[in-house]
Design a protein around this ligand. Structure first.
Ligand code: GDP
Length: 203
């Protein structure tokens, strides 16, 4: 998938804010500080479109980015600061859970896990919850540049041994080097059912 244009559309805090144009959506989920803003910026080749900060819990809305006028990438609130249950509690948490559960244009979810720590208990709950939904999802291990190749292989072996990822698609990503970017964009294109070509008008 080639990114030709990317713009911020809306920060939704209530259901009524969500777009009505029916474009397919791909959501990004993960605990605060996992590297979600950095990943979105890197995917879109924009330094600061999704803001990065080391202050956890900043993203308290569903941030919509319109890509190539064909697709929305939706940055979900980082869970952790809304922890409890599936990590989605409170008004915003319920809206996020509702969104993942029943938003018709949502085609797929990209679930981020910090390769050094994860999956944490909350990540595992989120993954178990996603498994029960029908939408395709991709696990992305973030910040892989922080581990040596040896440590990375060891981590992966540990994760596989835990069985939490059995049968799931996953990718390795670094916002620093950009490794994994193409794989993630390819997965999104395959799973988002993006319509190619110019828009057609219903008559
Ligand atoms: P968010 O809260 O999930 O949106 O996380 P951010 O994108 O704001 O990242 C949290 C912190 O991790 C920031 O200090 C980032 O610079 C850092 N970070 C994010 N991705 C990477 C990565 O791939 N490699 C390294 N080394 N640091 C990263």
């Amino acid at each position: 998938m080639h990114i030709r244009s990317a713009e911020f559309t809306i920060g939704a805090v209530r259901r009524a804010d969500l777009p009505h144009d029916g474009l397919p959506e791909v959501a990004f989920s993960g605990r605060s500080n996992v590297g979600k803003s950095s990943l979105i910026n890197r995917l879109l080749q924009r330094r600061n479109l999704a803001r990065t900060s080391s202050t956890p819990g900043k993203t308290q809305q569903l941030n919509y980015y319109c890509i190539n006028q064909q697709l929305y990438m939706v940055d979900l609130p980082g869970y952790g600061f809304v922890s409890g249950g599936v990590g989605l509690r409170g008004k915003l948490g319920r809206m996020t859970a509702d969104y993942v559960e029943s938003r018709p244009p949502l085609r797929a979810v990209v679930q981020l896990v910090d390769v050094r720590h994860g999956p944490t208990d909350l990540d595992a709950q989120m993954i178990a919850w996603l498994r029960e939904r029908e939408r395709p999802f991709l696990i992305v291990f973030t910040k892989v540049d922080k581990l040596s190749r040896n440590k990375l292989n060891k981590r992966l072996a540990e994760v596989e041994a835990q069985g939490a990822l059995a049968g799931l698609s996953f990718a390795m990503f670094s916002a620093v080097s950009g490794v994994g970017r193409d794989d993630i964009l390819e997965w999104i294109e395959e799973n988002a059912e993006v319509k190619q070509g110019t828009a057609t008008w219903a008559t």
